[in-house]
Design a protein around this ligand. Structure first.
Ligand SMILES: *Cc1c(COP(=O)(O)O)cnc(C)c1O
Length: 462
């Protein structure tokens, strides 16, 4: 069979699309009895994946979709490296530690060379680890004081779902500050209303998923300083800087949000978002090594000694971490600054053009936080479509643009948002705006009629 197959392939008549696997239906939900020509199977799968839409026009994701050929090379050569095998792949482990030191320094850790931190699969795992460290530190302190430890709570603004997961999986009450019209972010006042002796920490989001804006870490820290002076409660901060951690240091250095604030004990960021690395890498870094409780650390073999590790996974691919190191070296501070600033400029340009259309109100003008823009339909207008219709129509030109209603208590506000990432150009921004205008014109001529119930569910109003 195999010999026949090879001979067949050598013949000039060989064509993958006329092989059995391409001509006949293939079983998709049960294991086929025999294998097929790898070339044919690869083609079939890659063809099917075309239906996913192309990543470059996906303005809905924060995740990196543009990777250069050197990253492909690094990923290929690293495909067999297991991150957990520190002893077998000591240089991959060393590279991970260098990345931690570089990020700790970028985020102004007072002990960046000795502090502790690790790579994760993304900010979600990083959030679990950051949250666990807060919970352990709080519990140790309470136990030492002989106080109960059964009701921990954590305070957040409108957070990414990973913090809801953390709270549920690790049995912590989440006190999420609801949005209000006119206040879509965490404020010091709202934090103070919710803190008590059972608060394990406050988590400001530095780059809120829904609006792209930064929560004011410094103002929250100052309020917690005053609280400590008055009531003796010492509440740590973990910053969820999934996106902002790789933007602000380069483009908004005047914003004080990181370890420059003593109360900030840990920070997470996604290497696979604005860290510019391929999917599968996040980072969590502690202010100093004393801010991560010893009890959470496991030791693994490493070059005849042992190495501290903190992770939820065991085996994990190493390529993304090596690619992160490549990016840090290859771009340097100035390279990151140029790349992120270009993205910020494209976002602000799109915001300006959208505003000029007259029917939208900007929620985020693309300036001062993440690269992107967010807008709503102006109140009381009926342009013949809602934002979901518009997203849908843009999809017919390949653009993926998110429309969603905000979380509680602003569910009646429907927002459209674009995120701009490395790999986008001014020309693409112009093409996108041209398509947006074309779609709006289409709806002017062919208005969509929504039922009253739909409208009340949030289609038109905010
Ligand atoms: C994306 C994001 C997360 C989750 O990060 P992953 O890297 O996708 O796991 C958490 N918090 C914020 C603010 C995010 O933007």
């Amino acid at each position: 069979m195999a010999i026949h197959f090879i001979r067949d392939k050598k013949q000039s008549v060989y064509d993958p699309y006329s092989q059995d696997a391409a001509v006949k239906p293939i079983p998709k939900y049960r294991l086929p009895e025999t294998g097929s020509d790898p070339e044919v199977v690869t083609d079939l799968i890659l063809d099917e994946l075309l239906l996913d839409g192309n990543a470059k026009q996906n303005l809905a994701t924060f995740c990196q979709t543009d990777v250069d050929r050197y990253i492909h090379k690094i990923m290929d050569r690293s495909i067999d490296k297991n991150m957990i095998d520190k002893d077998e792949y000591p240089q991959t482990a060393e590279i991970e530690m260098r990345c931690v030191a570089i990020l700790a320094d970028l985020w102004h850790s007072p002990e960046s060379e000795t502090t502790i931190g690790c790579s994760t699969t993304g900010s979600s795992e990083a959030a679990m680890l950051g949250g666990l460290a807060l919970k352990w530190q709080w519990r140790k302190k309470r136990q030492a004081e002989g106080k109960p430890t059964d009701k921990p709570n954590i305070i957040t603004g409108p957070v990414q779902i990973c913090w809801h997961k953390f709270a549920r999986y690790f049995d912590v009450e989440i006190r999420e500050i609801p949005m209000e019209h006119g206040r879509l972010l965490m404020t010091p006042e709202e934090v103070l209303k919710r803190v008590d002796e059972n608060t394990i920490g406050v988590v400001p989001t530095f780059g809120v998923t829904f609006t792209c804006q930064y929560e004011d870490v410094k103002a929250v820290a100052d309020a917690l300083d005053r609280l400590q002076a008055e009531k003796g409660l010492d509440i740590p901060i973990h910053v969820d800087a999934a996106s902002g951690g790789f933007i602000a240091p380069f483009c908004q250095p005047e914003i004080v949000w990181d370890f420059q604030i003593p109360r900030v004990k840990s920070i997470n960021a996604s290497g696979h978002k604005y860290g510019l690395s391929p999917l599968g890498v996040g980072w969590v870094v502690w202010r100093t090594e004393h801010d991560l409780p010893e009890e959470l650390i496991f030791r693994v073999n490493y070059l005849g000694g042992d190495m501290p590790t903190f992770a939820l996974n065991f085996s994990r691919p190493g390529g993304q971490i090596v690619a992160q190191y490549y990016n840090l070296l290859r771009h340097g501070f100035q390279g990151y600054r140029r790349i992120q600033q270009a993205c910020l400029d494209h976002g602000a340009y799109i915001a300006r053009e959208v505003e000029k259309l007259g029917m939208f109100e900007l929620l985020y003008d693309g300036k001062g936080a993440l690269p992107g823009a967010a807008w709503m339909l102006k109140e009381g207008i009926d342009p013949g479509f809602n934002l979901y219709d518009l997203s849908d129509k843009m999809r017919s030109r390949g653009w993926q643009i998110a429309s969603y209603s905000l979380p509680a208590d602003a569910q009646d506000m429907v927002v459209q948002r674009v995120l701009i990432r490395h790999g986008f150009s001014h020309d693409m921004a112009e093409l996108m705006i041209t398509d947006l205008k074309r779609c709006i014109e289409y709806f002017t001529e062919n208005p969509v009629r929504h039922s009253l119930a739909e409208q009340e569910a949030g289609g038109y109003h905010h």
